[in-house]
Design a binder for this molecule. Sequence first.
Ligand code: F6R
Length: 242
Amino acid sequence: MNILTFRSNEELNEAGAGIIAGLVQTNPKAVLGLATGGTPVGIYEELVKTHRKGMVSFKSVTTFNLDEYVGIPEDHPESYHNYMKHHLFAHVDLSPERTHIPNGNAPDLEQECAKYNQHLEDAKQIDLQLLGLGHNGHIGFNEPDHALVSGTHIVKLKDETREANARFFDSIDEVPTHALTMGVGTILKAKMILLVVRGADKAEIVHKALTGPITTECPASLLQTHPHVVVLLDSASGRLLN
Ligand code: F6R
């Protein structure tokens, strides 16, 4: 595991975008696993800048998002469909038919998960999976549990996850109770994982996930078993390491 700590958010964003753009420059048909939430916003901003400078094209890239809420419309300001459009898809030359996000409004959610798994299988392997980290150790929306699910599935969000995400909604009552998420099996199958974490409030979970026991009660701890993980931290989230 290669852990890099940055003094500023700008440096972290540049490093993250640099890793992703570098991969796409060497492999224009790369398959990228994408995350949402507050953490990757600055990285997407840098990627858009890099694209605008003509340094990277996404026209042959395929993307798979980690997750989507169940039951809010795609055009809801806080849907992950809308997030991706706003922060990345509308600003780069990705081909819409090669971008994938689970449909949290599908009439049959089980079938939607099976369909998403099939698309992932058809793509063979994610080359780089971008991840944020939940305060409780979740990756994607794989919440701590006595057992984890390998493929895409429906998940009931933990109260702490809904509370953390309430900052994006008018009130906690509006935060969806369920989501569709890629499973940990799919995440761990990625060739490379880029885990990004920011903020003093995540220092403890960073320490636990990266140095504590490997346990399904902290899904991110499973990343310790992966052969190629790069972790980008700001100094606040990395302060308990070493
Ligand atoms: C988002 C996702 C989540 C977030 C995590 C951290 O697609 O899968 O695991 O990465 O909840 O969220 P932020 O970045 O908002 O702190």
